[in-house]
Design a protein around this ligand. Structure first.
Ligand SMILES: C[C@](O)(CO)[C@H](O)COP(=O)(O)OP(=O)(O)OC[C@H]1O[C@@H](n2ccc(N)nc2=O)[C@H](O)[C@@H]1O
Ligand SMILES: Nc1ncnc2c1ncn2[C@@H]1O[C@H](COP(=O)(O)OP(=O)(O)OP(=O)(O)O)[C@@H](O)[C@H]1O
Length: 290
C-alpha cells in the first residue's frame, strides 16, 4: 500500500518571544499560516519486521535518524508496537534550514500518513501532541491552516484564514541554525510585535492590518549573522511588495502582495540576485492540506 501526503511550508506573520524558560526553550507567541509551497511525502509499506528507510534527492536532507520524518515513524513504531517497515520518499521543494519549517512539515505529514497506513485511528489533536516530541513547529504543521502558537510553539489555537494574497519568498544561499538564532537573542533590546492586533486584523480580513502588524523579534539576530537578509528585504520593498518580513529564524524573507499584476515583476527582479525565489498563494485554511 502507498500513501501520499502534502507537507506545506509555514510563514510566521508575527513572532514574539516572551522569556527564556528554565528548560532552555523560549516562551513564544506566534501567528503562523501555511503557504502553497509543499514537499511531497510518499509512504510505502515494507512488510513485517522491516525498518525505516528515507529517500530524497536533496543532498542537504539527512537520510537517517536525523531526518524528522524518520523520527516521526520511529516514535509511532515504538509507541504503538508496530512491527512493519516503511519507506519514506521525500520530494523536497521547501528550501532547507530556511525558517519555513520544511523538516517539521515532513514529520507532520509522516505522522498523518502513517496514522492512515497503520490504521492507528489517532485524531489530529493526538498526532499534534506526539509531534511536539519531535520539534516545536511540528504540532502546528500537523494541522496546517492559521493559528496562534504559544508555549514553546506546541500549544495551538486555530484562527480563521487570512484574506487570500500572494507571498513572494527569497532565501539567501546559506541556511541558519534555529538554536544559534535563539541563543543570540537579547530580549531587553527587542521591539515586540502586537500579536493581538495581528489576530484582529486576520479576523477582520484586513489585508492592510496584516501588513501593518508583521513583526518578528528574531529578525534582528539573523540580520547580524546574514546581512543579505536586509538587502533582500530592501529589494523586495523596492520592487513593490506591500510588506516584508523574515520568516521564523530565517533567513528566508517573504513579501506580501495583494494584486497578481505586481507578482511577476517582483519575482523577476529578485531572481536577478537570489537563486531560491518563489511566488505562491497563502493557503490559510486547514482543509487545504489534502
Ligand atoms: C523559529 C521557529 O521555527 C518559529 O516558528 C520555531 O520557534 C522553532 O521551531 P523548531 O525548528 O521546530 O525548533 P526545535 O527543533 O523544537 O528547537 C530547535 C532549537 O531552537 C531553540 N528553541 C526552539 C523553540 C523555542 N520555543 N525556543 C527555543 O529556544 C532551542 O535551542 C532548540 O534546541
Ligand atoms: N525532512 C527534512 N527536511 C529538511 N531538513 C531536515 C529534515 N529532517 C531533518 N532535517 C535537518 O533539519 C535542519 C533544519 O531544516 P529545516 O528545513 O527543517 O529548517 P527550518 O525551515 O529552519 O525549520 P524551522 O522553521 O522549523 O526552524 C536541516 O539542516 C537538516 O539537517
Amino acid at each position: 500500500m502507498r500513501i501520499l501526503e502534502k507537507a506545506p511550508a509555514k510563514i510566521n506573520l508575527s513572532l514574539d518571544v516572551l522569556h527564556k524558560r528554565p528548560d532552555g526553550f523560549h516562551e513564544v507567541e506566534m501567528v503562523m499560516t501555511t503557504i502553497d509551497l509543499a514537499d511531497r511525502i510518499e509512504l510505502t509499506d515494507l512488510g513485517p519486521r522491516g525498518g525505516i528507510s528515507i529517500t530524497s534527492h536533496n543532498r542537504f536532507v539527512p537520510d537517517d535518524h536525523r531526518n524528522l520524518a524518520y523520527q516521526a515513524a520511529q516514535l509511532l513504531k515504538e509507541r504503538f508496537g508496530i512491527k512493519r517497515g516503511v519507506s519514506i520518499g521525500i520530494t523536497k521543494v521547501i528550501p532547507v534550514a530556511a525558517g519555513l519549517a520544511g523538516g517539521s512539515s515532513d514529520a507532520a505529514a509522516a505522522l498523518r500518513g502513517l496514522n492512515r497506513l497503520w490504521n492507528l485511528g489517532l485524531s489530529l489533536d493526538e498526532l499534534a501532541v506526539i509531534g511536539a516530541e519531535i520539534g516545536s513547529d511540528v504540532s502546528f504543521c500537523v494541522y496546517g491552516g492559521t493559528a496562534l502558537a504559544t508555549g514553546r510553539g506546541e500549544k495551538i489555537r486555530h484562527i480563521e484564514a487570512p484574506p487570500h494574497c500572494w507571498v513572494i519568498l527569497a532565501k539567501p544561499a546559506a541556511g541558519v541554525s534555529t538554536a544559534d538564532v535563539y541563543r543570540g537573542l537579547k530580549l531587553d533590546h527587542v521591539r515586540h510585535p502586537h500579536t493581538g492586533r495581528m489576530i484582529e486584523a486576520i479576523q477582520e480580513k484586513s489585508y492592510e492590518g496584516i501588513c501593518e502588524n508583521l513583526g518578528n523579534v528574531l529578525e534582528s539576530v539573523t540580520l547580524k549573522m546574514q546581512p543579505e537578509v536586509a538587502v533582500i528585504k530592501d529589494q523586495m520593498k523596492r520592487f513593490g511588495a506591500d510588506a516584508v518580513l523574515m520568516s521564523g529564524s530565517g533567513p528566508t524573507v517573504f513579501g506580501l502582495v495583494q494584486y497578481e499584476s505586481k507578482v511577476q515583476r517582483i519575482y523577476n527582479g529578485l531572481r536577478g540576485f537570489c537563486d531560491q525565489v518563489f511566488a505562491v498563494r497563502m493557503l490559510g485554511d486547514r482543509c487545504e492540506l489534502d
